[in-house]
Design a protein around this ligand. Structure first.
Ligand code: NAD
Ligand code: GLY
Length: 368
């Protein structure tokens, strides 16, 4: 087993000076005791997971952590539990179990667990190390990398949080075999994003290989996780705290966050909302003359082939959409800024569009 894993493990580096860290990618990595040891400085480890992931993988991770003083906290499952109240359970457990400043947190789960654990690590005793062991496609290709951590507020997604980088990311692609198909597809939404931002070759690869990816071909999974992490790591290394180009990683997210908040957290999966948001961004770009109808059609077709929504829900009309979009972190001086594709494989962050064109588009979704 160990030999096989060694042959296929890929390692990338997120280059952030003294906060640099590796991303390991390959099947079966959760069993690799050595990987954890390399990045856990003290004796105490708190594994944070949820009630769905715990029965699947907690035992494996506990065994790999043999020799450490390990405890775990099992959170309720779901985006609607990504709240300050549930987050506090992590802090309560750390205090009740007398975890000290030399402890390490380990996030075992999807993006919800990863974001909440990272935020707990950022705050506990003013900051303790943490490791990411992402178990959804979305978390492996996106949320475990780059140090955005936090929780939702009823008025806006991810409105409470911190930039706080993990010590390493262990992306065990074998764990993706237990994901249900809807969750797998949601992860593909974030993957399509990378192609559109600045990786046209990756977009074309997806057009050729979507079926294999959805059937979880092991090589396709490793390829997609590695290429997505490479694309993301490059952007994060250039702009860790999102003062500029990192905002590109939010392609589809201004619309998507509005859908998630407006519909009630968990109703639409994050990746589904982002996928619809990507299609809306492509639609707006086509209306602005920045994408041809053919290019917009390719975006829509790829999203559809992944089994993802290509339009927002009818419930949200123009007025509600604009209210929700006004809470977005990219809003500057009251003006909505959006990430929009200009050609396939190149996107920009911009407020240089006539708002009426956006309003007309939102009105059409309500009635179409
Ligand atoms: P999630 O964490 O809710 O996981 C999806 C579902 O899959 C959950 O029910 C979970 O219990 C289950 N699950 C996890 N791993 C499993 C496995 N291996 N087998 C079976 N079931 C499994 O959702 P997600 O899509 O992973 O993450 C979405 C979250 O990530 C959102 O809150 C979003 O805001 C956040 N996010 C953060 C960043 C970032 O940069 N920090 C980027 C993108 C998204
Ligand atoms: N998912 C957006 C970012 O990490 O910046």
């Amino acid at each position: 087993m160990t030999e096989v894993v060694k042959q296929v493990v890929r390692t990338l580096e997120v280059e952030l000076g003294e906060r640099s860290y590796p991303i390991y990618i390959g099947p079966g990595l959760r069993h690799q005791a050595e990987l954890y040891r390399r990045h856990i400085p003290g004796r105490q480890v708190m594994v944070v997971t949820n009630e769905t992931v715990a029965p699947l993988y907690l035992q494996d991770v506990m065994e790999a952590l043999d020799g450490f003083q390990v405890a775990s906290v099992v959170l309720p499952d779901g985006e609607r539990f990504k709240t300050l109240e549930v987050w506090q359970e992590i802090i309560d457990t750390l205090l009740q179990q007398r975890f000290n400043r030399q402890c390490t947190l380990l996030a075992l789960g999807g993006g919800v667990v990863g974001d909440m654990t990272g935020f707990a690590a950022a705050c506990y005793q003013r900051g303790v190390p943490f490791l990411q062991l992402p178990t959804t496609l979305l978390a492996q290709v996106d949320s475990s990398v780059g140090g955005k951590t936090g929780v939702n507020h009823p008025l806006g997604k991810n409105m409470i949080g911190a930039f706080y980088q993990p010590r390493c990311v262990i992306g065990d692609t074998e764990t993706l075999n237990t994901l249900d198909q809807r969750q797998l597809a949601a992860g593909v939404g974030e993957v399509i994003k990378y192609g559109l931002i600045d990786d046209p070759e990756f977009f074309a690869w997806m057009e050729q290989n979507m079926d294999g990816l959805l059937q979880r071909d092991p090589a396709a999974l490793v390829y997609v996780v590695e290429r997505s992490c490479r694309d993301k790591a490059r952007v994060v290394a250039a702009d860790e705290k999102e003062s500029g180009q990192r905002a590109l990683l939010n392609l589809g997210h201004t619309f998507g966050h509005a859908i998630e908040t407006g519909m009630g957290y968990g109703e639409w999966l994050h990746g589904e909302a982002v996928a619809a948001g990507i299609c809306m961004a492509a639609d707006l770009s086509r209306r602005l003359g920045w994408l041809s109808a053919g290019e917009q059609g390719r975006v829509r077709a790829l999203v559809q082939r992944a089994g993802l929504p290509v339009a927002p829900p009818h419930e949200l009309g123009r007025k509600r959409f604009l209210e929700l979009m006004a809470v977005d972190k990219k809003v500057l001086a009251g003006k909505i800024r959006l990430v929009l594709p200009k050609g396939l494989g190149h996107s920009v962050v911009t407020d240089a569009f006539d708002p009426q064109i956006l309003h007309d588009m939102l009105d059409e979704y309500r009635t179409s």
